[in-house]
Design a protein around this ligand. Sequence first.
Ligand code: FAD
Length: 412
Amino acid sequence: MTVRYADFRDIAITDFDAVVVGSGFAGAVAARELAEQAALNVLIIEKRDHIAGNMYDEYDAAGILVHRYGPHIFHTNSQEVFDYLNRFSAWSAYQHRVLADWYGTYLPVPVNKSSLEIAFGDEKAARLIEKLIATFGDERKVTLNELRAQADPELAEVADFVYENVFLYYTQKQWGLTPEEVDPSVTARVPVFISRDDRYFQDTYQGMPEEGYTRLFENLLGHERITVCLETEAESVFELVFESGAEDAPLQAIRIKDEDFEGPIVYTGPLDELFLARFGRLPYRSLDFVYETYDENYHLPCGTVNYTVTEDYTRITEFKWLTGQTGSKTTIMKEYPRSYDDPATQIPYYAIIDDDNDARYERYRRLTDALPNFYPLGRLAQYRYFNMDKVVVDALAASRRIMFRLDHPDAP
Ligand code: FAD
């Protein structure tokens, strides 16, 4: 079934049992479950002019399928998620590979045995690999901190090499930091893989939807009980009713088209936007994407090249590697990290998580606690970075919770 679209001005809110804000994986999976499992009529409010959230893909002028909000590669260890998504798309068996451009030489990322050979030469690398295996075992992932904790200075040298040539400048660009500001706890977790496995992810299930993500979302949302209103912003159609006029007064009800809406409201947008940033904005790191099309079969040697010591952009992705598309043209995308305040790129990509921002987020979330039919869900509403599989599994669990509450209105 095709997606049923409507103009928000034309709908009667009394025709709907549930409202979902946002049509990324969080919103779309919740909407599908509530429509299919609980036979609820679900209204989706989406502020963009398309469905599929940040997974949205489209064909560019050269006929290449590109991702508009950053490259998305599906990977999961959850059989539940993989089985669920298989209902809405066939999948190609893509395994992502990433190389670091190290002054014009390519190193596999995460750094592995082959990277060490390229960086240190065969003889020294053989010695380092022998020491790594003797210390940690073969086929293990070890962190820079674990390497630095060893007495052998050559293992610390490996850690220093990876830190300076693969991690530091990339991270500085990504987050707009000076070297001193780079968080040591993140550095500690950077891995070295004592292996020849050069796949970026090692999850059981990996791949790409055969006809693209947008088609997957069309199948997910193509249900007779789901209606989608595009270009509709929650804050412009919700009337928030608070317990009092105090700044921290909890939300008591949400009115839509002059009706108190008492069915479940699944909200997957940023909470600060809903409350018109009354406690200040929740900050994000943003991105600017620059696309280039070439008359070549392939422009890069693999799906993504990270620029870890040079360039202003962090990485380039070539979509044909991801999608398996063939043809004589190719499109690549360069990612330039930007401030969220940059007027050109005010899209929230990566939550900037620290104690202050977490506290501000909690303040927003507490406003919604008292409203029993309000469910914040997904990477924006929870102010976290989540991979797609985590969002799908959370949306399935939230839908079960909502249905349980509908069946047991008196349960705590
Ligand atoms: P979103 O996809 O952002 O969907 C939220 C939707 O809500 C959007 O459509 C938005 O327009 C809408 N919305 C927001 N506010 C409002 C409002 N006020 N009113 C109405 N609508 C609203 N994960 C992976 O597993 N693999 C990857 O390779 C991967 N690559 C990534 C690359 C980048 C650059 C980034 C930033 C993330 C990547 N992710 C990846 C994570 C992935 O994007 C998220 O897991 C996914 O987007 C979460 O879905 P969501 O529904 O929570 O949010």
